[in-house]
Write a protein that binds this ligand. Sequence first.
Ligand code: ZN
Length: 165
Amino acid sequence: MYCPFCRNPDSRVVDSRMADDGSAIRRRRQCPECGRRFTTVETTSLTVIKRSGVGEPFSRSKVINGVRKACQGRPVTEDDLAMLAQEVEETIRASGAAEIDAHEVGLAILSPLQKLDEVAYLRFASVYQAFESLEDFETAIAILRHEAEVEAKAAKGKSSEKSPL
Ligand SMILES: [Zn+2]
């Protein structure tokens, strides 16, 4: 591990700790050459297999770049995108697979994007699922409406449970 500051090829671990969910180990390192400190994160490798068959490491920034276009002009912040990418990575890692198809990454994006912004979701889904006609949009919108109604009913149910009557 090269020191990111002076490129010295050696560093010393000064502290190691497990992430709260046990999925990663963070190591605090110090460069014996320049004395500066940096952190490395050790996780199980997660390979995304592209349509061409080539594998590449999973990358949150790729997820963000893939979604950013769909979010143009929408009230979605960089923080929202970072959170979404984190959720996508957690979902994929939770599946326990070391290799996944790029297609499955797209699938893992749909649900958190729907919660984040429905317009961005429709844009992303239309490209990702190759919507070809207005009917495809209508179907997707009907599903969104239906889910919103189900959620509204569930919320109502919860609030009436809480009421003393
Ligand atoms: Zn250094």
